[in-house]
Write a protein that binds this ligand. Structure first.
Ligand code: HEC
Length: 124
């Protein structure tokens, strides 16, 4: 009987452990796909013409944008959806403004992938 209970406990532990492991690895893959998609769109949609990860080109660096937004994906999405005003460099918004039309024509999940990619440069 003791051996039986031991076996049941053991298999339950293995079950919990393996489902936990699956969950975390699925999550990990999901985050990675978002990042890869975001960086692809960053180049494919021409954002890279004016933005770069570390340096200011025409537009602010992704690092500066991510730090200004404190890594908040939803907040930067509000800007991309034209629901909030520019906060990084409002004086040079005229260069970014035409891009908002282009962003509007993208799929919501593409805007989200871009926003997630931008915010991945946030350093606390
Ligand atoms: C023609 C140049 C140019 C292109 C192309 C461009 N940007 Fe920008 N972007 C700027 C400039 C200049 C600023 C700074 C003005 C501002 O803060 O809005 C800016 C600012 C931003 C900001 C910060 C907005 C804020 O709150 O101030 C985000 C986010 C952003 N760009 C996203 C994008 C994305 C995503 C793309 C590609 C779809 C893109 N940009 C393409 C020039 C550009």
């Amino acid at each position: 009987m003791k051996k039986f209970i031991f076996l049941i406990t053991l298999s339950a532990t293995i079950l919990v452990f393996s489902s936990f492991k699956n969950e975390t690895s699925v999550h990990y893959v999901h985050v990675n796909v978002q990042d890869v998609k975001g960086s692809e769109l960053f180049h494919a949609k021409g954002c890279a013409l004016c933005h770069s990860p570390e340096k200011k080109i025409v537009g602010p660096s992704l690092k500066e944008i991510a730090n200004t937004y404190k890594g908040d994906v939803n907040k930067v999405l509000e800007f991309m959806n034209q629901k909030s005003k520019p906060i990084v460099n409002p004086k040079e918004f005229k260069y970014m403004q035409p891009v908002l039309g282009q962003l509007k024509r993208m799929k919501p999940e593409e805007r989200k992938a871009l926003a997630t990619y931008y915010m991945s440069f946030y350093k606390k």
